[in-house]
Design a binder for this molecule. Structure first.
Ligand SMILES: [Zn+2]
Length: 212
């Protein structure tokens, strides 16, 4: 069979919680497997929501994934024949994940990275901004806002310790929200007993004036 040189590149699949990132990652990896390409998947060891050695989406599509503690471990674990590398929950990796993805791509590997682009405050999450910058392809998925039904880009934390944005294993503590229904500082505002914009009776008629 004619063997041509392999073009390596980086694809990022990002979005809020419940936007289907892992499902999309698994779909792409499965298609690569159907194409008889050797696939390896990795996830941060911190993510223990589901079984430790699988990338699992809600519809129980599963792909063997190796949990790693540091991004650089991925380089050592990728085999010579591997053509496609999937990385899930990339927002929890250290900044080295960017160099790891770049190195793999230069080796001719297709790298598919899935992760939260924003934390529950609506701020860029960990190494994701740099991954988005260096990627050849970016897919930004949206969920459905649990308040108004619009497409949702934000992850709303409903309760919990606001000091830590690494809170895994408690998806019921979050829901997807659109930009306008998202209340990033709801926990802090409750603690400070300050008025929350959308709950201020004088601002309820016109949220815009409430921002002044
Ligand atoms: Zn909404």
């Amino acid at each position: 069979m004619f063997q041509r040189s392999l073009p390596g590149f980086i694809e990022v699949v990002c979005g809020s919680m419940f936007s289907g990132k892992t499902e999309e990652l698994v779909r792409r990896l499965k298609r690569a497997q159907i194409g008889r390409q050797k696939v390896q998947a990795f996830k941060p060891a911190i993510d223990t929501r589901y079984s430790a050695d699988h990338v699992q989406s809600h519809d129980a599509n599963r792909i063997q994934a190796q949990p790693v503690y540091r991004a650089r471990e991925i380089l050592a674990r990728v085999g010579n024949n591997t053509r496609v590398v999937g990385i899930d929950e990339a927002q929890f990796f250290d900044e080295e994940i960017v160099e790891v993805a770049q190195t793999l791509a230069y080796r001719g590997i297709r790298v598919i990275v899935a992760g939260l682009d924003m934390d529950f405050l609506g701020e860029p999450f960990g190494p994701m901004p740099r991954l988005l910058s260096v990627a050849e392809s970016v897919t930004k998925l949206q969920a459905i806002c649990m308040v108004c039904g619009s497409p949702a880009s934000r992850s709303q934390r409903l309760t919990g310790d606001s000091a830590s944005r690494v809170q895994v294993g408690a998806k019921e503590m979050y829901e997807a929200r659109c930009r306008f229904c998202h209340e990033p500082n709801v926990v802090e505002q409750e603690q400070l007993s300050s008025s929350i914009l959308m709950e201020d009776p004088q601002a309820s008629q016109s949220p815009e004036t409430g921002r002044a």
